[in-house]
Design a protein around this ligand. Structure first.
Ligand code: GLN
Length: 495
């Protein structure tokens, strides 16, 4: 029999409904797995009490015939979502000990749908990073190892690396993520799981610690495409508390999953064929094209001419918005306060911010204030906004010809911890394929598609039209069925 912890959302939900196990048994199994996997450092706090309370409610609901969509399913929650009564840190010392009195809309929806919470997952500090090494709580470790016998500890991707590591290690069945420039898709690719960033505005940003507000989107990370659809459905929906929330109905993505792509056109953007891309990734991309053709799609070459400006544009706009959003951490209203003996107000601000923010966050605040400063605003920020509009227009043009786009998710497999942390630019380059969809606000997903020569997972990315998460999920399903990705990391971490 399959172990409970090997099951994803659909397997748990359906098994629970069929009476194969109780919700309490599910919660106990995952709480045990979480407690035994400290070596991954995937969690900032564990919340077994929350998972158990939700499980007991689910068992009562089953007895009463009042099942909810996620009854019996426990989840990991990225520690960027405010959770009432549970510490929320954004992996920063700045929010150390901050316990929100309110619930983010996304977690409120998940709990209202019956889900429980196993804990708050580690991440890059304020979601800034691609490797989880910027967390103030220590880096997350990927459960994967290269098959070269070297045992190097690998990055789980970032910023949602606690989420990706925990799902890949099967210590949570699924988790929330957030994606500002790739933080759902790149960690998903690095760890052999699925992850979808929906259209900007699908999920409410209320109660999510802000990084770059015009880019931040919550999304689903899970073992497979079906689970991603189920989770995203429960997370999405209009919220008057977020002025950028879209007032549109949430489709039934799970019920409408179909891997039959007859009549669909898939675009292959030539600008994503970058220099120095490992040949294995190029080969996997070609394989993906064949899989989608086999599913009935017509393949069309397309051009997104401004792609090469996406990375520099993102690394102006995201820090600009971050510097403004992070101005609120003044030592007065939230979390940390550093008040040296005899300090005045200015000195208290400076001491608090010096002590609270990590080096990557400080770097972004400095870049952001620089590009927004009076002398440089037009040269950098205004220019970046104009280029962003051109990048969005590229996608509009492409989606006149095709239904979805297929690209690799990241230009490399997981790198070793420490390998890129000395050079921020090299780290930023890992986001080259994910930031364009973020700048355009369109939905995009990564699905596990194969292994590289060292036995590490590689992902393919599907990008869709605004609000066409269904098209993205369906193409993802077509790839998933043909890739038959079943590889799992060797369990070295369990106690
Ligand atoms: N890696 C990107 C960055 O560092 C994206 C992060 C994110 O999507 N939150 O900004």
């Amino acid at each position: 029999m399959t172990a409970i912890t090997d099951l994803g959302i659909a397997g748990l939900r359906d098994g629970f409904r069929a009476g194969d196990f109780s919700a309490r048994e599910i919660a106990d199994a995952f709480n045990g797995a979480v407690a035994g996997a400290k070596a991954l450092n995937a969690f900032i706090i564990e919340t077994p009490d929350h998972a158990i309370a939700a499980a007991e409610a689910a068992d009562r609901a089953r007895a009463a015939g009042e099942l909810l969509p996620l009854s019996g399913v426990p989840l990991g929650i990225k520690d960027l979502f405010c959770t009432a009564g549970y510490q929320t840190t954004a992996a920063s010392r700045m929010l150390g000990g901050f316990t929100p009195t309110y619930e983010s809309t996304v977690t409120a929806k998940l709990f209202a749908a019956g889900a429980g919470m196993l804990g708050k997952l580690n991440l890059d500090q304020f979601a800034m990073g691609s490797s989880n090494e910027t967390s103030a709580f220590g880096n997350v470790v990927s459960p994967w190892r290269r098959n070269d016998g070297g045992n190097a500890a690998l990055a789980p991707g970032g910023s949602s690396g606690g989420s990706s590591s925990a799902i890949a290690a099967r210590i949570v069945p699924a988790a929330t993520g957030t994606d500002t420039g790739g933080s759902i898709r790149q960690p998903a690719a690095f760890t052999g799981i699925a992850g979808i960033k929906p259209t900007y505005g699908r999920c409410s940003r209320f109660g999510i610690v802000a990084f770059a507000s015009s880019l931040d989107q919550a999304g689903a990370m899970a073992q497979d495409v079906r689970d991603s659809a189920i989770l995203l459905e429960a997370m999405s929906g209009f919220d008057p508390k977020d002025s950028t929330s879209l007032d549109v109905a949430v489709p039934q993505w799970e019920a409408n999953l179909s891997s039959d792509l007859k009549g669909k056109k898939v675009g292959i953007p030539k600008e994503y064929r970058v220099d120095n891309m490992p040949p294995e990734i190029d080969a996997l991309w070609k394989q993906g094209i064949e899989w989608l053709r086999d599913a009935g799609a017509e393949i069309v070459d397309v051009s997104l001419p401004h792609t090469r400006y996406a990375l520099p544009t993102y690394y102006i706009i995201a820090p600009a918005e971050a510097s403004s959003n992070l101005a609120r951490y003044d030592g007065v209203r939230y979390g940390l306060r550093d008040l040296p003996e005899g300090a005045n107000l200015q000195e208290m601000y400076a001491a608090t911010r010096a002590a609270g923010f990590g080096p990557e966050v400080k770097r972004r605040i400095l870049i952001g204030t620089y590009v927004l400063s009076a002398g440089f605003y037009d040269a950098y920020y205004t220019k970046a906004q104009k280029v962003r509009a051109l990048i969005a227009r590229d996608f509009e043009e492409a989606f006149r010809q095709v239904d979805v786009l297929l690209t690799p998710t990241a230009p490399s497999a997981a790198f070793a911890l420490g390998e890129k942390s000395a050079d921020p630019l090299e780290m930023y380059l890992n986001d080259v394929f994910t930031v364009p969809a973020s700048l355009a606000g369109v939905p995009a997903m990564s699905v596990p598609a194969g292994l590289d020569g060292q036995g590490l997972p590689l992902g393919l990315q599907i990008i869709g039209r605004p609000l066409d998460e269904q098209g993205v999920l369906n193409a993802g399903l077509a790839i998933e069925q043909r890739a038959g990705f079943t590889a799992k990391p060797q369990n070295w971490w369990a106690k």
